[in-house]
Ligand binder design. Structure first.
Ligand SMILES: [Zn+2]
Length: 111
């Protein structure tokens, strides 16, 4: 391990996704650290009403929209969230070999 991913492309995301999500990527603080890429498989809302992405690796990760520090408009709409399914987020918990997170059932989105 110890690899540094130089760009979001290294996470295996297609160029079209990268282009569309440029503003999102700029708000991801963990891109330059040593993290393990893991795809979003679903979402749920935590006790405080914040959206949490459920990752393929078994960990959860907050994806809250909290302007002006964190801009993630996509997380506010079902369409936006759906568009990010399969997107790989860097998972710090994997890096730290953390045990899987407790995971409530994924939110049921209107189609
Ligand atoms: Zn993980």
């Amino acid at each position: 391990m110890g690899r540094v991913f130089p760009s979001i492309q290294a996470f295996g995301n297609p160029p079209s996704v990268v282009e569309n999500m440029r503003h999102v990527l700029q708000s991801m603080p963990n891109l330059n650290s040593n993290v393990v890429p893991s795809a979003i498989t679903g979402y749920h809302v935590d006790d405080e009403g914040h959206w949490v992405a459920q990752l393929q690796c078994g960990h959860n990760q907050h994806v809250r929209h909290d302007p002006p520090l964190v801009r993630r408009e996509w997380v506010l709409t079902p369409k936006g969230r759906r568009s990010m399914l399969g997107f790989r987020l860097g998972c710090k918990k994997c890096r730290e070999s953390a045990p899987p997170d407790a995971r409530p059932p994924a939110a049921r989105e209107p189609s």
